[in-house]
Design a protein around this ligand. Structure first.
Ligand SMILES: *Cc1c(COP(=O)(O)O)cnc(C)c1O
Length: 470
């Protein structure tokens, strides 16, 4: 009993801990209550540990300096940004968890111009009257896609929800069973329909759906035929789906709206860079689909946004719906989106200036060369690791084109002193954090999504975690 009581008695007073140097220093940046709160929390934890176990593993932990150092460490975390820069060495270009598409320098300038001051967000400079925020991108979107009208919202999930709600509430929408997809993060087509009050009419089987299945499902309460891009998976083998253009006559005959959620949505054909050939947005518009939705931050290479293009009368309905207000795009995103779209006016330029497209179209030999340079740089140091150049593949990511693998190269690291997972973890503690892949207990560093100006830091961080004497 006395041992425990002694330990408890030895806990320093909070004021005593607060006088220690690291906390004194922090008192210029953080309020006193935050500092004393952190000390208090640590003391409570120590007290509980002593009461529960009757001891403390190392008595130094009760010293004021030690408690102050631990509290200061916690408090410093508060001053660090939680959302911060990462070097993406995973080889997945539109990594949803790493923020999808990096923006172009044009977009950064546009954001900067608009963010710091006022803008004509909803104001017509010509007339001096109130304007509409969508108007800033509508004409460029209609020009790039050939659609009659366009609208942008917060993201593509929102675009789908808005379109379904505004056009199909209380009525039936016909969807193929093979297209009832879950995009991740609880975006499931059946659930979005339910949220929008649309009655789901599933047709066909998971692998095969025929035109006659759609035909038979149509009744007087049908309002929409919906096609959904199966972005993140593929059904292969004995399959059949009905392309939107084949559904068009059926939609017209029955006076139904034909809607397609393209997911990623391409404005230009990227198949010559090794991506799967899929219809571009202009092609889908041309085929006659009435309403088309896609994301701003997938292969389009812009900010998070949902883009809706299509028939003017339908877009007008969406614009007037209360959900449009709830899902509205913010001004920084709008600035980034407009500047991204402007790059597409010159297709030769867009491949060089839009980071995502530049990364996609980079030749494998170039990637090999970059990996080789990194390898050579690492080899100049005495490192506790076996390192070699290997063939690898990179991926589109962001739930788009799951089967597409771009031929690529990577550095494979077999650490001799650390566990591979620990090494990956240590790389994530740097600033910027480095995110790699671990495969077969080897660390893989893929350079495709690493920017040129990050190469030096990446080498430096790798050296520092792999150094022999470490
Ligand atoms: C990605 C995707 C969505 C969701 O788009 P967000 O912009 O991420 O909200 C919806 N539908 C399909 C088919 C998708 O691929």
């Amino acid at each position: 009993m006395s041992g425990q009581q002694n330990l408890l008695r030895n806990l320093p007073a909070i004021d005593r801990v607060l006088r220690e140097e690291p906390l004194q220093k922090l008192s210029q940046q953080l309020p006193q209550e935050t500092l004393s709160g952190a000390v208090q929390d640590l003391m409570t934890a120590l007290r509980q540990e002593i009461i529960a176990t009757g001891q403390i593993d190392s008595p130094e932990r009760l010293q004021p300096e030690q408690i102050a150092a631990a509290a200061a460490c916690k408090c410093r975390e508060l001053l660090q940004p939680s959302l911060r820069k990462v070097i993406n060495a995973t080889g997945t270009l539109l990594h949803t968890n790493l923020g999808r598409a990096p923006l172009s320098s044009q977009s950064l300038r546009a954001i900067n111009d608009v963010a710091a001051g006022y803008s004509n967000l909803e104001f017509e400079l010509d007339s001096g009257c109130r304007g509409e925020r969508f108007s800033h991108v509508e004409s460029i979107l209609t020009q790039l896609t050939g659609a009659e009208a366009a609208l942008v919202v917060n993201n593509n999930s929102g675009a789908v929800l808005l379109a379904l709600t505004a056009l199909g509430k209380g009525r039936e929408a016909v969807v193929s069973r093979g297209e009832l997809v879950e995009i991740g993060g609880a975006f499931r087509i059946p659930e979005v329909m339910e949220a929008g009050g649309v009655i789901l009419r599933e047709v066909g089987s998971s692998n095969r759906t025929h035109l006659k299945d759609y035909q038979q499902a149509i009744n007087e309460n049908t309002s929409l035929l919906l096609k959904v891009h199966t972005s993140n998976y593929r059904i292969v083998g004995f399959t059949k789906e009905v392309p939107a253009r084949d559904l068009l006559p059926l939609a017209r005959e029955n006076d139904l709206i034909l809607m397609e959620d393209l997911g990623s949505g391409l404005l230009i054909d990227l198949s010559r860079y090794g991506l799967e050939r899929e219809p571009t947005v202009p092609e889908v518009v041309k085929a006659g689909v009435d309403v088309i939705t896609f994301s701003g931050d997938k292969l389009l290479g812009g900010p998070q946004a949902g883009i809706i293009v299509g028939r003017a009368d339908l877009i007008k309905k969406l614009r007037k719906h209360p959900l449009a207000r709830a899902l509205r795009i913010d001004k920084l995103t709008l600035a980034a989106l407009e500047s991204t779209l402007k790059l597409y006016l010159k297709p030769e330029q867009v491949l060089q200036e839009l980071p995502v497209l530049k990364m996609f179209s980079a030749a494998p030999e170039l990637q090999k060369h970059r990996c080789q340079s990194l390898l050579e740089r690492l080899m100049t140091e005495p490192l506790a690791a076996e390192i070699r150049l290997i063939e690898d593949v990179s991926r589109v990511g962001g739930g788009a084109m799951p089967l597409t693998e771009l031929p690529d190269w990577a550095i494979e690291i077999n650490p001799l002193k650390h566990r591979t997972a620990d090494l990956a973890k240590r790389l994530r503690t740097f600033s910027p954090a480095v995110v790699t892949r671990v495969h077969n207990d080897r660390l893989l560093v893929n350079m495709r999504a690493v920017f040129e100006d990050e190469e030096g830091l990446l080498a430096q961080f790798l050296i520092s975690v792999l150094r022999k004497e470490d």
